[in-house]
Design a protein around this ligand. Structure first.
Ligand code: 5GP
Length: 224
């Protein structure tokens, strides 16, 4: 009866460092085979739990800057003295094949995507409180205190940009946060804007057919 767009969703998830975006994204990918993660390129050093070419493509500053010159990024930004960027390759292709592409990126990059891709979906993940965010950043134990402080300060700046996003999810309980994002994705897929065609047939033909049916005619006269 209706034909909807087969193009996948470009999902952009941002939020302060420590809000739990990474864990949420991992779960979304595990539970939804249609969601493909975009692998970012970065100049930051790998952490203990990083897997090169899976969590990030780790490159030197020179390699990153070369790719900028070649116009190889859909977006890129500097975050705490390091570059992070989304390689262009494959994203359009995957969207056109109906795959949903998930970008877990910071706000400057998200705003670049907003300019370029009008139908992208922007979700902001918040921690339940700033106190909890501080605790999570310290407990994560992946960086020295100076870096933790920088991330914490930046969280305040990022939260000011919340109104530029389409949806907000508070990550207090991981399972609930993941379910909420799945509900957002479902609602997005059902949007009227995604309908390309509505098939209702030719009204006159359908009515003519109905009226030529003897039983139907009889039932009408009975009612009369
Ligand atoms: P982390 O160093 O904790 O892995 O990432 C730091 C920040 O960079 C996070 O907010 C993360 O979402 C963001 N980030 C990761 N990849 C990209 C990217 O490709 N582009 C942009 N703009 N930000 C990214």
């Amino acid at each position: 009866m209706i034909k909807t767009k087969q193009r996948g969703l470009l999902i952009v998830i941002s939020g302060p460092s420590g809000a739990g975006k990474g864990t949420i994204c991992k779960q979304l990918i595990q539970h939804n085979s249609n969601i493909i993660p975009s692998i970012s390129m970065t100049t930051r050093s790998p952490r203990e739990n990083d897997i090169p070419d899976i969590t990030y493509y780790f490159v030197t500053k020179e390699e990153f800057e070369k790719k900028i010159k070649e116009n190889g990024f859909l977006e890129y930004a500097q975050y705490n003295e390091n570059y992070y960027g989304t390689p262009k390759a494959n994203i359009e292709k995957q969207l056109n094949e109906g795959k949903d592409v998930l970008l877990e990126i910071e706000i400057q990059g998200a705003l670049q995507i907003k300019e370029k891709i009008k139908d992208a979906l922007f979700i902001f993940v918040l921690p339940p409180s700033m106190e909890e965010l501080k605790k999570r950043l310290i407990l994560r134990n992946t960086e020295d205190n100076e870096k933790i402080l920088k991330r914490f300060k930046r969280a305040y700046t990022e939260i000011n940009e919340l109104p530029k996003y389409n949806y907000v999810v508070i990550n207090d309980d991981l399972d609930i946060a993941v379910k909420q994002i799945e509900a957002i994705l479902l609602a997005e897929r059902l949007k009227v804007e995604r309908i390309e065609e509505v098939y209702v047939g030719n009204q006159e033909e359908v009515i003519h057919e109905l009226l030529s049916n003897k039983d139907f005619q009889n039932s009408i006269s009975e009612i009369k």
